[in-house]
Design a protein around this ligand. Sequence first.
Ligand SMILES: NC(=O)c1ccc[n+]([C@@H]2O[C@H](COP(=O)([O-])OP(=O)(O)OC[C@H]3O[C@@H](n4cnc5c(N)ncnc54)[C@H](O)[C@@H]3O)[C@@H](O)[C@H]2O)c1
Length: 257
Amino acid sequence: MARLEGKVVIITGAASGMGLAGAKLFAKEGAKVVATDVVVDKLAENVNKIVASGGEVIALPLDVSKPESWKEVIDKTIENYGKIDVLVNNAGIHIAKGILEAELEDWEKVMAINSTGVWLGMKAVIPHMQKNGGGSIVNTSSIAAILGGIGDGHGAAYSASKGAVRSLTKHAAQWFGKDNIRVNSVHPGAIFTGLAEAVGIKSQEEMGAHYEGKSALKPYAGESMDIANAYLYLASDESKYVTGLELVVDGGWTTRS
Ligand SMILES: NC(=O)c1ccc[n+]([C@@H]2O[C@H](COP(=O)([O-])OP(=O)(O)OC[C@H]3O[C@@H](n4cnc5c(N)ncnc54)[C@H](O)[C@@H]3O)[C@@H](O)[C@H]2O)c1
């Protein structure tokens, strides 16, 4: 049996990078996938490709920082599939400005998407999961929630936002365990995705060369599917006794002394 057979999964930030890899993998593993993103054209194009290869996926617009946008996605998901089993809060942005360089506007933008967006997503799905007898929520944090320095890509708000995701995950794991709702966080290290491409990095190898000496494993940067596989484990019933976990996928970066 496929690992997510019959499960209804909402994933955010699915137009590119880890979110897109997750949507592809979930569809391959038998899920009904609700792929969402604020960038709708690219999302539709990628979702069409997954559908063409036999996956059950729908594309819906979602700005994770807007409660009304979440309401539309939840209403349409329930209308189409009648339940929500899994939410992957993957969407995120990065602004490479430190404490002294960042303006209030930078800070608020990063926090609104990376932290508030995760809270709004959990607030929107949890009542449906409670009704349904349980569920799994996977929140994307970062090694920036664990390390200072280059692990945060020089983003002060980014570090703070991912730290909030780490602690909010543990808070939710405690409060909703009684409802059989599991909440875990994934902490990627350097992974070659749209975020890296946006700052001009062209390949996984080029990114790895930049981070040589940080990760223990070659090529010193991971790929989107490394994270999608972590999402899959936490979304599936294989992790049914796992909640509040920080699953670090960083090639060993955080083991450095
Ligand atoms: N790439 C890395 O090295 C790395 C490391 C640690 C953590 N992360 C985290 O992994 C997650 C996925 O990032 P990625 O590397 O795949 O980047 P990416 O840029 O390829 O994908 C992020 C997606 O989020 C979407 N998005 C941005 N703002 C949004 C909003 N308001 N509402 C909905 N969607 C929105 C973007 O359109 C994009 O499709 C993010 O949370 C990121 O912070 C990435």
